[in-house]
Design a protein around this ligand. Structure first.
Ligand SMILES: Cc1cc2nc3c(=O)[nH]c(=O)nc-3n(C[C@H](O)[C@H](O)[C@H](O)COP(=O)(O)OP(=O)(O)OC[C@H]3O[C@@H](n4cnc5c(N)ncnc54)[C@H](O)[C@@H]3O)c2cc1C
Length: 420
């Protein structure tokens, strides 16, 4: 007797986790719009002029002990990991603010006063740093619909504090520019920080990267599936009485018994022609912005600090702030411990700052804007899954890889393929 069928639309970590679990019970077909599998789990080949080739994760890179689903997936697939090097440099060209070698969320150390800052501004900044943890703890006790901007305004924080502490810590982590960071839900930020213990000084001590990049686990999952269709952008998904039909990139209509939609909510609403009013209401609040990522070898992006740069580097200019997340550069050969004759650098939204001769690859991803409305809508997302059609994506949670993996497992479970 033939097995029932399941379609998975979208091959990011969410879709591929679903596919991995569903294949135990269904013949699974994965549809992926891109020519490669993985979405934000994107391992690219950096080919240097001397022919040296290295596999580099240019978007998703690192995970921690607070990622139980991802760790389980990697363990079951026998994928090896190695320790990530996660240290953060912060330099402001506007006032000279410099904080080198800290954890991404700061290490409690107060750097020296920059020459370009008035003493009164600096004294206020130091006092704001000193009271910030207590104010945050108080706010976390009261469930609140505040944005980061309203929290900072209500507690009298300065713009200098936002620009030199909040934005450079939060922006790179959630891929948001200053305005999107201001609009972020405070409760969302706090729940993620607690879940991943991000504010602890040793938070990143146990973080890892996969040896060979995300490609290793994606390939292993794909090898076990019935059918994998890259470069196939699904055009429509519709529920029918005995399952789901999918109109693929060539307008071929294929029936499936079950389906998981693992694309971002705006795409999901475009695809799902019979979306219910409840689905439209909940999914309609999610917004995304594009972000460009350049892989290159131009070391001049790192500021001159008199010491070797850390894996992560943030350049600001408080006198001329950029509305986008820009000036954030990652030395992937440090973070991912890649043995390369030349540093392999990943820069966000900064292609024009990189000398053309140093360009290796350019890609664009989408990042979510986590407003209070999104955080509220997320609480009802699990209700949307039924036993025929389920949804998955990192947008079910904090937007991190673990959230994608966990939501993929939950979608598979809703369709009768639990992990255990
Ligand atoms: C630059 C960057 C760096 C990051 N770094 C980290 C990190 O270090 N650690 C961490 O935990 N998280 C990180 N994240 C976040 C995390 O990796 C992602 O949010 C997560 O991988 C998203 O997985 P997903 O499956 O939900 O979505 P995606 O990976 O976006 O997958 C969705 C897939 O659906 C496909 N698709 C869309 N429309 C269609 C269609 N019509 N038909 C078929 N397919 C379609 C897309 O092409 C895509 O492949 C990073 C994200 C980015 C962008």
């Amino acid at each position: 007797m033939s097995r029932p069928t399941a379609a998975v639309v979208g091959s990011g970590i969410a879709g591929m986790t679903s596919a991995y679990l569903l294949q135990r019970r269904y013949d699974v077909t994965v549809f992926e719009a891109n020519g490669y599998l993985g979405g934000n789990a994107d391992t690219q080949d950096a080919v240097l002029p001397d022919g040296t080739r290295s596999a580099v994760d240019v978007a998703f890179m690192a995970y921690g002990d607070t990622y139980p689903n991802l760790k389980r997936l990697l363990s079951e697939l026998h994928v090896e990991s190695k320790p990530a090097s996660i240290q953060h440099d912060l330099v402001c060209a506007g006032c000279g603010f410099t904080h080198l070698g800290s954890t991404p969320f700061g290490d409690g150390v107060i750097p020296g006063k920059p020459d370009g800052v008035e003493p009164a501004v600096w004294e206020r900044f130091v006092s704001e740093l000193e009271r910030f943890s207590a104010d945050l703890a108080e706010a976390s006790e009261a469930a609140s619909s505040a944005s980061i901007a309203s929290f900072l305004a209500d507690h009298g924080y300065s713009d200098y504090f936002f620009q030199h502490f909040i934005y450079p810590r939060v922006g790179p982590w959630w891929l948001n520019g200053p305005d999107s960071v201001r609009a972020m839900s405070l409760e969302f930020l706090l729940s993620t920080a607690h879940k991943h213990a991000l504010l602890k000084p040793d938070a990143f001590a146990t973080w890892k990267v996969t040896a060979g990049g995300s490609r290793t686990y994606l390939t292993k999952i794909a090898e076990g599936l019935s059918e994998v269709l890259p470069a196939n952008r699904v055009r429509e998904v519709r529920r029918v009485s005995d399952g789901v039909v999918i109109r693929d990139t060539s307008d071929v209509i294929r029936p499936f018994d079950r389906a998981v939609l693992a694309v971002h909510p705006p795409t999901l609403l475009e695809l799902l022609s019979d979306a219910t009013p409840r689905e439209r209401e909940l999914l309609g609040v999610f917004g995304y912005r594009p972000m460009e990522v350049t892989l290159h070898t131009d070391l001049s992006v790192f500021p001159e600090t008199g010491r070797p740069h850390s894996g992560f580097s943030m350049r600001l200019d408080c006198r001329n702030p950029d509305p986008r997340l820009r000036g954030f550069d990652i030395d992937a050969s440090i973070v991912q411990r890649i043995d390369s004759p030349t540093p392999l650098i990943v820069s966000y939204n900064g292609a024009d700052e990189v000398a053309p001769a140093h360009h290796l690859t350019r890609s664009t991803y989408e990042h979510p804007v986590n407003t209070p409305e999104v955080f509220e809508a997320q609480k009802s997302l699990p209700d949307l899954n039924d036993d025929r059609l389920a949804f998955a994506g990192a947008w079910f949670g904090s937007g991190l890889h673990e959230d994608g993996c966990a939501s993929g497992a939950a979608a598979a479970e809703a369709l009768g393929a639990p992990w255990d």
